[in-house]
Design a protein around this ligand. Structure first.
Ligand SMILES: *[C@@H]1O[C@H](CO)[C@@H](O)[C@H](O)[C@H]1NC(C)=O
Ligand SMILES: [Zn+2]
Ligand SMILES: [Zn+2]
Length: 371
């Protein structure tokens, strides 16, 4: 790897399924609030894999090469002249989306909905898998000294989980069921606990992941492996099958009328069908997983049970600081998710590992370019 002070090696998605390490221009401070960060650690997320494999997520389409990566932490290299809160050498977690700050969404605090957000590794914006990355000072959070850059990078999925629990209004005394025991599902379970949930049930069809929830993260009080619907059912039969699974869960785990909050971190049709039918009357269902674009949805149940159904995307004001706090206090321990670490030169291997997935692959980190 080039160690030249003028080089900026970056992991570039050139076209669908085509990546390479290339040198791109070193960013320069142009706005007085800019900072340049030397990237130290980056986690890989499902959306990175999605762009790499398919070149698009919804309306965001890869039309020209972009640098990948958005879950990063690093050290400040230089700051613009208006920056007072940070200085060279500071260790920061990078919130990867910088909104416009002027539209009505931004002004009301819901900047996750800003249409002009510059989000790392969302076309056409470059991501963080570079030696140096430029962003705004107010979207960099100084890490407490006892945390390291891996913790900092892992604050991104924790922030997603905090947002999901906030959207779901998860609070003290509640029963919460989380579908999915991948990185986001497990972190949602941990954050729900930290927010005071009295009981958390984790659901997944993968035994290794259920084991993670129960014994490694200790994020769920109980775990459940749902039976899978037999092939060849009609739409109505499939819904009926899932209604029975929902009834079984209520019975087996003493959930009475159903949990207060159901969070789906899978996006699978089976999970949303079970989840909506599981929710208690007047309860909350949060769609956090992105799976199928469209699904057969138990709309009548949602209506007559007076359910609140919400989506969750990115994070709003105050979420990143909460995430860092939860990690700093040890209430949420994302380090336990890390299964693989790769040096920057092996970024492609890291991506292949996540793509292949399977037993034993949870969170994969890529180290930054050494100085
Ligand atoms: C973004 O990355 C591409 C390479 O994929 C590079 O050509 C371009 O200069 C980068 N843009 C910025 C602003 O650094
Ligand atoms: Zn992510
Ligand atoms: Zn805005």
């Amino acid at each position: 790897m080039a160690q030249d002070s003028r080089s900026n090696p970056s992991f570039v998605l050139k076209a669908i399924q085509q990546v390479a390490i290339e040198d791109i221009p070193i960013p320069e401070i142009t706005d007085p609030y800019d900072v340049i960060v030397h990237i130290g650690q980056t986690g890989i997320c499902g959306s990175d894999i999605h762009y790499w494999q398919r070149g698009r997520i919804g309306d965001f389409i890869l039309n020209s090469p972009i640098v990948l990566g958005h879950e990063s932490a690093g050290r400040i290299v230089s700051v613009g002249k208006a920056v007072k809160s940070l200085k060279a050498g500071d260790m920061v977690a990078i919130e990867p989306g910088v909104p416009c700050r002027h539209c009505n969404y931004c002004r009301s605090g819901s900047y996750n909905l800003c249409p002009d957000t510059v989000f790392a590794a969302t076309p056409p914006h470059n991501g963080t898998l570079s030696r140096f990355y430029k962003t705004s000072a107010d979207f960099c959070y100084r890490l407490p000294d006892h945390l390291n850059l891996e913790d900092g990078a892992l604050c991104e999925p924790v922030a997603c989980a905090v947002q999901i629990c906030r959207v779901g209004l998860v609070r003290g005394g509640q029963n919460v069921v989380v579908f999915g025991c991948g990185p986001i599902g497990l972190l949602v379970q941990s954050v729900a606990k930290a927010f005071g949930a009295r009981y958390v049930l984790g659901v997944d069809i993968n035994k290794g992941r259920l084991e993670m929830a129960k014994s490694v993260m200790k994020s769920a009080d109980d775990v459940f492996e749902p039976p899978q619907a037999p092939a060849g059912l009609s739409q109505d039969e499939e819904m009926e099958f899932h209604a029975k699974v929902a009834a079984l869960i209520k019975e087996e785990f003493n959930l009475g009328d159903g949990p207060d909050v159901v969070i789906d971190a899978t996006g699978a049709q089976s999970c949303l069908q079970i989840g909506v039918q599981l929710c208690k009357k007047g309860g909350m269902y949060v769609q956090a997983g992105m799976g199928k674009e469209n699904a057969v949805f138990p709309i009548m149940t949602a209506c007559i049970r007076d359910l609140t159904i919400r989506g969750s995307i990115r994070y709003v004001a105050g979420v990143y600081p909460t995430a860092i706090d939860l990690v700093a206090s040890g209430k949420v321990q994302p380090q336990k998710l890390v299964t693989h670490r790769f040096p920057f030169e092996k970024a492609e291997e890291a991506f292949e590992t996540v793509k292949k997935g399977g037993e034993g692959v949870m969170k994969v980190l890529i180290e930054g370019v050494h100085n």
